[in-house]
Each structure stands twice: as C-alpha cells, then as structure tokens.
Design a protein around this ligand. Structure first.
Ligand SMILES: Nc1ncnc2c1ncn2[C@@H]1O[C@H](COP(=O)(O)OP(=O)(O)OP(=O)(O)O)[C@@H](O)[C@H]1O
Ligand SMILES: [Mg+2]
Length: 323
C-alpha cells in the first residue's frame, strides 16, 4: 500500500517538476555559498544531488572504459554534472570534466569553454574576433616595445593586468611611462605574463556583472568600488546594486557567453561612452552578491537549466565529438 502511494506521489511530483535526476556538482567545498545554494535548489526540485570534491575525483583511463572514482568508490554515472572549477585547480578540474564528458555524462560546461574563459587573453582574442567590444588590449615581451604598446591602447594612464590575476589582485593603473616600464620589468622578472589595457575612464570605480543562463540575462548588478579604489570587485570592498540591464548590454552579455561556448556565465562589462566593453566571462560565477542584490533564486534557474540540458541530450544523444 505504502509503496503504491509512494509511487503515485512520485508520479504526481514528476508531472509537476519533470523527472528526478542525479545531479553531481564538482566543487572543492560543499560549504561555499554558491555550492550550498545549488544543492539546496536541486533538492527542492526533487533531484538527488551530490557534491564531489574535484581533487578527490580519481580518473582511470583505459581502452573504451573511462572511469571515475571518488574516495575509493566508483562513481555511478550522474545524469548531469555542474562543474564549479576554481582558478587554482583549473588543470586537474578540466581533466575531471573531460573524463565525465568521455563517459558520456552531460556536463553543463565542457573543458574547452572553461579553459577559454580562464585564459583572459584567449577570451579577449575570441571576443574581439567575433565583434564584441572589449577594452583595447596589447601584449609584448620586451622593454623597448612598451611605448608602442601603451600608444596602441590609448596612451597614459593605462591599465596593467596580470594574466593570472583574480579578485582584483593584479590589476593596476600606471600613469607614467616610467611606472609602466618599472611594473613590467618587475612582473616579467617574477615570471608573470602581462596585459596592457585601455583605461576606460568614464567607468573608473565601477563595472557591471550580468549573469547569463541559457539565452538570457537572469540578473545583473552594478558594482561600485569603495572610496579611493578603482577596482569594483566585491572582494575588494565594492558594493553591488541590482540593475535592470539595458537591452544593448544584455545582448552583448549573451553573445559573449555564446562566443566562449558557455551555458552559464558571469559577464563583466565596463560602461564606456560607446557602450558595453566586455572585460571578462566567468565560467563558474559565484552568485552570492547577485542573489543578495536582486533577491532572485538564481540557484534555482541555474539548476533548471542544467536539467533542461541533460534532458535535451537524452533526446539528441551526446554531442558529435563523442560520436
Ligand atoms: N580597462 C579598465 N578600465 C577601467 N577599469 C578597469 C579596467 N579593467 C579592470 N578595471 C577595474 O578593475 C576591476 C578588476 O579587473 P578584472 O575583472 O579584469 O580583474 P580581476 O577581477 O582580478 O579578475 P577576475 O574577474 O578574473 O577575478 C574591474 O572590476 C574594474 O572595476
Ligand atoms: Mg573581475
């Protein structure tokens, strides 16, 4: 009797919410806000959900049998994987994502688009190539080439960026050629790759973050730097305020996400006199600030999109690169 009732309840639930899936999240830490919220949202929709610490995912490669082990036990194929790969473990993380891909498991973001978004220069090359406005950016490797590069990005003052920087660390303004030369010399000597970038003066101290899910911007905010700071990162004390994104900005954010090849992305834009300039496309966007600023259930939309993708792949079969 109880079994029958449970069966009926499950059918009613499935009719309301669609099938119950097994969702795996790749994340270093189940306690991180965005990871926690994704788990919560998935469970609220009736899905079985598991967080796998990416670095605890062991891979076995052999002819025709890509396999994954977690803390010594073989991982049963989930129905869909949501990768949340932090910058510090990109290499290993992408290997795990690829392994799941080879196992035929739908992943919300494949390794290639994650890698593209992680490499600031590569991302800007692609965005520029596909007609998206970006701050003019130059790269060179010798001291005597610097003056021309500075000229090419619109002169002084200009922005200097470490290719590997995150959370505002490694973004600087240089006001004189001596400063540019000095910073580059030091950074090159430390083995860093450096970008020179046009300073978008009219956007100094603020930027926009748009969260794209599928083919639309689901939430956006303007981040404003604290006094005396030009970097608007929330980690640097910036503040986020919800914003209804102008259509031009929303279109650019969605297009940038498509160019990089992602389904979900946090797109950072500067508001220039001539419209949006895309700085960056983040493949594992945290959304604590955005949920706080907008009050939206972003985790819910994120999970629903992953589920849609998994169900669509069930019908269409795995992407052709596996065929
Ligand atoms: N070209 C620019 N002109 C004006 N302001 C800029 C420019 N580039 C960056 N900024 C400011 O500096 C902040 C940090 O820059 P950026 O997002 O490129 O680096 P990051 O935050 O360290 O990298 P990540 O977003 O990968 O963590 C931006 O949010 C913006 O406020
Ligand atoms: Mg940033």
């Amino acid at each position: 009797m109880a079994g029958k009732r449970a069966g009926r309840e499950e059918k009613a639930r499935a009719a309301r919410q669609g099938p119950r899936l097994r969702i795996a999240l790749l994340s270093r830490n189940a306690r991180l806000y965005s990871t926690r919220r994704l788990v919560e949202a998935a469970r609220a929709r009736g899905h079985r959900t598991r967080v796998l610490d990416t670095l605890r995912c062991n891979m076995l490669l052999a002819r025709d049998e890509p396999r994954l082990f977690y803390r010594g036990k073989e991982v049963q194929r989930p129905d869909v994987v949501i990768p949340r790969i932090g910058a510090s473990i990109t290499g290993y993380g992408l290997a795990v994502v690829n392994q799941l891909d080879m196992m035929g498991v739908p992943v919300l973001a494949n390794a290639i688009p994650i890698a593209r978004s992680r490499d600031k220069l590569r991302a800007l090359q692609l965005l520029g190539r596909f007609g998206i406005d970006i701050p003019r950016t130059a790269m060179c490797r010798y001291r005597d080439e610097v003056p021309q590069a500075v000229e090419q990005v619109g002169g002084l003052p200009c922005i200097i960026k470490l290719l590997q920087g995150t959370q505002g660390v490694g973004v600087m303004i240089a006001s004189t050629m001596g400063e540019v030369q000095g910073m580059l010399d030091t950074l090159w000597r430390l083995g860093q790759e450096i970008l020179l970038q046009e300073l978008i003066r009219e956007s100094l101290g603020r930027d926009l973050r748009a969260l794209v899910i599928g083919d639309r911007v689901v939430a956006a905010m303007r981040r404003t730097a604290r006094t005396g700071e030009f970097r608007s990162n929330l980690h640097r004390g910036g503040e986020g305020q919800a914003l209804e994104l102008p259509a031009e900005y929303a279109e650019v954010a969605v297009k940038a996400t498509r160019v990089i090849g992602l389904e979900v992305a946090g797109v950072d834009m500067l508001e220039s006199r001539t419209g949006p300039k895309v700085m960056e496309v983040n493949s594992s966007p945290g959304f604590e600030g955005l949920e706080a600023a907008t009050g939206l259930d972003i985790a819910g939309l994120y999970v629903e999109h992953a589920v849609e993708l998994a169900l669509a792949q069930r019908v269409a079969g795995p992407p052709s690169h596996l065929g």
